[in-house]
Design a binder for this molecule. Structure first.
Ligand SMILES: Cc1ncc(C[n+]2csc(CCOP(=O)(O)OP(=O)(O)O)c2C)c(N)n1
Length: 692
């Protein structure tokens, strides 16, 4: 039904009101959601989307589209309304089903679910950091692929953000680096409405935000009336001409259009209620029933032909580029598709063979650098970095070149910004064309943790290089010694956590992380040297399964199975030899990546870990994780307390992470399983050992 009062050529206010109406009606229908932000930012969105954003609703994957990120992701209905009205494959039925099971309009925007959603947002501040990654990706790819007369990579990254994003510490990390790197095509629109959930922010957020961003080296456009289309338009034009990233501070009224609730926190995250919705309709002059949009408003929003023309124009230019630079064009297409280069399979297989042939004792962090050295020259998409621990993480290789404000490169000194790094890496991965890896100490994965979780939620190929993976780092002490971190990372669904025991497993882990198309990987690497384990070709081929028989029991049927990872694999091998002298046959299973092992078929898993044979796990970290593999009858030799400051070999001794303790645990486990009523052993009182 059309609104009779609307003119044929709708006003900008009426166009923005379409966004407001859809948002308040969808939230009302769901009886949950956030009407305040969409109603408050509707005027900004109208100007940006109808007059500036370069996108094609028919092809949300168009390589040179502008990227649009709603960092204040609770305002998801604004994004869904924009996608719906401009012509993306998001029918009204989906708007009606906002926040319902299996709709593509979930509570917060989810990448990979809704066409046109560029990143998953909701955890405040991370969208901004993702956008920094996207803007950086654009700059790096432009430097790599553009040629005189052919700007095939030339787009902007626009971000909506609110007080919450700016209060979050990650906004500092991301904005600071964006300023230093001079990401001039990044344009942020700040919803300066003075309200967050608890009320007026003046009591907890009194920063001088414009000065803060100027101090980062940003271009700041202050005091823009976020409900004045001309002012917003002028600010966007200034931003586009700037030589720095831009923050446009827009004064807005949260929930604008709701006559009794606008401007208050009541409208932030709750349905307006039927009475207020009716009052808003009256005050906005919006006469259409819920989920109906007048034809002339729909027509004015429809961006399909404009978008198709934009992409067609780009495609023509890309065709010409392909004729002038055929190899580059092919490479660009490959990179944006996320495909590995031709010959990858043969090359990576050869690298595994090489690594298997070597038997040097090496820290897995060094083995990781060797793996990078071998892989990276044929993978120009690799974009590395570290959070100020390059020399410790060993994340740079011989042809790493630093990205600066003036130069492109393939290595980012992220500074001491772990969370920012991880979220920026996610933005690089989301943009496409680049494959990010970045390092810090494993213990500081906590700082970055939610971005690691978001990488998994979004199925991104981000590779987190986490070194100094246990008490084996030694003297830096308990602040730096990860205890619960390996287990905690393994708990993140879809995260592959590799803790290799030697150079060969490290090489395989890198290859697996690079080949993965459906999620991130963490590589947990030792500071200390680890011996190479012997394997024949058949065993080598099993490593990528995540868990495999590294050393079969001397007797054909093992009496027990030891499961080990990383530096503790060598302990397992020593224990196996000790026990063999006593006539006990023990199998050693190396389990560098438990989730990869879990994905193997049941027959394989049963072949590696046969039912009915007692299992003992060993890892220099919390024991709980391994209970699912060893069961109630098994045992774990772990470390369920914080570490100590001392040389590493002394710490392994002190905490009882020794081959002789492991052997003792195997013996006692066999004894206990043979005689179920046997009492626990005295070893339980050891300060660190986790037994039983
Ligand atoms: C990291 C994180 N912490 C907390 C929340 C919960 N939360 C959602 S919105 C919000 C307040 C945001 O305030 P603001 O950005 O001003 O949004 P507005 O009220 O203007 O819509 C909070 C605390 C969250 N989504 N993410």
């Amino acid at each position: 039904m059309n609104a009779p009062s609307l003119a044929l050529s709708p006003s900008r206010a009426a166009l923005a009101n379409a966004l407001r109406a859809l948002a308040m009606d969808a939230v009302e229908q769901a009886n949950s959601g956030h009407p305040g932000m969409p109603m408050g930012m509707a005027d900004i969105a109208e100007v940006l989307w109808r007059h500036h954003l370069r996108h094609n609703p028919a092809n949300p994957r168009w390589a040179d589209r502008d990227r649009f990120v709603v960092s204040n992701g609770h305002g998801s209905m604004l994004l869904y309304a924009l996608l719906h009205l401009t012509g993306y494959d998001l029918p009204m039925e989906q708007i009606r089903r906002f926040r319902q099971l299996h709709s593509v309009t979930p509570g917060h925007p989810e990448y990979g679910l809704t066409p046109g959603v560029e990143t998953t947002t909701g955890p405040l501040g991370q969208g901004l950091a993702n956008a920094v990654g996207m803007a950086l990706a654009e700059r790096l790819l432009a430097a790599e692929f553009n040629r005189p007369g052919f700007d095939i990579v030339d787009h902007r990254t626009y971000v909506l953000l609110g007080d919450g994003c700016l209060m979050e510490g990650i906004s500092h990390e991301a904005a600071s680096l964006a300023g230093t790197l001079g990401l001039r095509k990044l344009v942020c629109l700040y919803d300066d409405n003075g309200i967050s959930i608890d009320g007026h922010v003046s009591g907890w957020f009194s920063d001088d935000t414009p000065r803060r961003f100027r101090a980062y080296g940003w271009n700041v456009i202050e005091a823009v009336d976020g409900h004045d289309a001309d002012a917003i338009d002028a600010a966007l034009k200034r931003a586009q001409a700037a030589g720095h990233p831009t923050l446009i501070c827009c004064k807005t009224v949260i929930g604008k259009g709701a006559p009794n609730k606008a401007g208050s926190h009541d409208v932030h995250g709750a349905p307006l209620g039927q009475k207020e919705v009716a009052a808003a309709r009256a005050s906005l002059g919006w006469a259409s029933p819920p989920f109906e949009v007048p034809d002339e408003i729909r027509a004015a929003w429809d961006a399909r032909s404009r978008g198709a023309a934009m992409e067609a124009n780009w495609s023509e230019r890309f065709q010409a580029y392909s004729r002038a630079h055929p190899q580059l064009a092919l490479e660009f297409v490959r990179r944006m598709a996320g495909e590995l280069p031709p010959g990858w399979a043969e090359r990576s297989a050869a690298l595994v063979r090489d690594a298997a042939a070597r038997n040097d004792k090496v820290a897995t962090r060094k083995a990781s650098r060797n793996a990078l050295e071998a892989l990276a020259s044929s993978l120009p998409e690799l974009i590395g970095g570290s959070a100020d621990l390059t020399g410790s993480n060993l994340t740079a290789w011989s042809r790493s070149t630093t990205v600066t404000a003036d130069t492109a490169g393939n290595y980012i000194h992220y500074g001491v910004r772990e969370f920012g790094m991880a979220a920026i890496m996610n933005g690089l991965a989301l943009h496409g064309g680049l494959l990010p890896y970045g390092g810090t100490f494993l213990v500081f994965s906590d700082y970055a943790r939610n971005a690691l979780r978001m990488a998994a939620l979004m199925r991104l190929r981000s590779i987190f290089v986490l070194t100094h993976d246990s008490i084996g780092l030694g003297e830096d002490g308990p602040t730096h010694q990860p205890i619960e971190h390996a287990a905690a990372l393994r708990l993140i669904p879809r995260m592959d956590v590799w803790r290799p025991c030697d150079a060969l497993e490290t090489q395989v882990a890198w290859i697996a992380a690079i080949e993965r198309r459906d999620g991130p990987s963490c590589l947990l690497l030792s500071r200390q040297n680890l011996p190479a384990q012997p394997r024949d070709a058949a065993v080598c081929s099993q490593v990528q399964r995540g868990g495999y028989i590294l050393a079969e029991a001397p007797s054909s049927t093992p009496q027990a199975v030891i499961i080990a990872t990383g530096s503790e694999v060598e302990l397992a091998m020593q224990a196996q030899r000790q026990l063999a002298l006593e006539g006990l046959g023990v199998r050693v299973v190396s389990m560098p990546c438990a989730s990869a092992f879990d994905r193997q078929d049941a027959a394989y898993r049963e072949a590696v870990l046969p039912n009915g044979i007692p299992r003992i796990a060993v890892e220099a970290g919390v024991s709980d994780y391994w209970r699912k593999y060893v069961g109630l009858d098994g045992a774990v030799l772990g470390l369920d307390r914080f570490g100590e400051s001392a040389p590493a070999p002394q710490l392994f001794e002190y905490f009882g992470l020794t081959a002789s303790n492991l052997s003792a645990l195997v013996r006692s486990t066999l004894h206990r399983t043979a005689e179920p009523a046997a009492p626990p052993t005295g070893e339980r009182s050891h300060p660190a050992l986790t037994l039983g």
